[in-house]
Design a protein around this ligand. Structure first.
Ligand SMILES: [Zn+2]
Length: 332
């Protein structure tokens, strides 16, 4: 799991590369323009000596600096408009020599705001993409509350249920969105989504994970199958010890498809799972779990130590999903 800090560092480093690239491109354009119209070289030389002179004069005569700088600014404006005119004459666009930036907001510096510097939106978005491309979070770019579509669920009455599948899923979505919006570090509240395959459990879990990640918390998403692998590798050779640390420390652990892993009662992997759950619960770190096991089946498969911890009403909200398999309706 890449941390938020690492992701920001990477995003800022990429911007630095971007600035280099901008600079190179600006120099290339200058060379191109000067080759086509030597007059522009003279105008640019004049402009840079004017700038140097302005700075020298301001040092020499701080009192008169304001009047001077206005005079220089006026000349600078004239030079610039002459440069633009010459550019157009030579067949370039008039802003061809303007500084090149990819982001209008921060001009590729990564920061906005005075006097308080804040990370620019472009850095935050890049950071999220970096985090999402890591640790199996790739799906979050396409599966989140803004792409969630209640229309995929049938709106017909379901035998033995008060609401239609669509109405019920809408209620679940609202609750989960509220959960994600109010998520706090170490508040300890978690979610279990249980029901048959194809009811949208993983999609909903991804929605929560994406929102929580976007709000600046660390999220580790892992399938139960992969978790089993991690625990097995860890006990044999302590490989993946970093992963185990993340499993315990992530602000939100999103565990997908619990019950599908090749786990039998009382084996070492099971002990590992128990230790992770117990540790997280002791530190009040939240989990969101999808499973097609109900409470009884969870008890049967994992024993009461795990089942009791998972189905503690003060700690976990349990949502049972029902209805039709909707995967055939969902576009991926
Ligand atoms: Zn920016």
């Amino acid at each position: 799991m890449i941390s938020r800090e690492q992701a920001i560092k990477t995003a800022l480093y990429e911007l630095e590369q971007q600035r280099e690239e901008n600079y190179t491109q600006e120099r290339e354009r200058e060379a191109e323009v000067i080759a086509a119209n030597p007059e522009i070289q003279k105008l640019m030389d004049r402009r840079s000596s004017l700038l140097g002179q302005g700075i020298r004069d301001a040092f020499r005569d701080p009192q008169g600096a304001k009047a001077l700088s206005e005079k220089i600014a006026g000349e600078m404006r004239e030079l610039n408009s002459e440069i633009r005119r010459q550019l157009v004459l030579s067949g370039f666009s008039e802003d061809y020599l303007q500084p090149i930036t990819r982001c209008r907001e921060c001009k590729d510096t990564g920061y906005v705001g005075e006097p308080v510097h804040e990370l620019c939106t472009c850095v935050r978005q890049r950071m999220l993409r970096i985090m999402m491309s890591d640790a199996g979070l790739r799906d979050l770019e396409t599966q989140n509350f803004s792409t969630y579509d209640a229309e995929v669920y049938p709106d017909e009455p379901v035998p033995g249920r008060k609401s239609t599948q669509r109405a019920y899923m809408e209620k679940v979505r609202q609750r989960l969105e509220q959960y994600a919006n109010e998520f706090e570090r170490d508040a300890g509240k978690g979610i279990i989504l249980y029901g048959a395959s194809g009811l949208g459990k993983t999609f909903l879990m991804n929605c929560v994970a994406e929102r929580v990640l976007r709000r600046g918390f660390s999220v580790l998403k892992i399938s139960a199958y992969r978790l089993y692998d991690v625990l097995r590798n860890y006990q044999y050779d302590q490989s993946e010890s970093e992963m185990v640390r993340d499993l315990i420390n992530a602000d939100l652990l999103a565990l997908d498809d619990m019950g599908t892993e090749p786990m039998t009662r009382n084996n070492n992997e099971q002990r590992g799972l128990y230790n992770i759950l117990a540790e997280r619960i002791a530190c009040r770190r939240a989990m969101i779990i999808t499973t097609n096991l109900d409470r009884g089946q969870t008890l049967e498969r994992y024993g009461d130590r795990i089942a009791n911890r998972l189905y503690d009403a003060g700690r976990m909200s349990v949502y049972q999903l029902f209805g039709e398999d909707v995967r055939r309706f969902v576009k991926h």
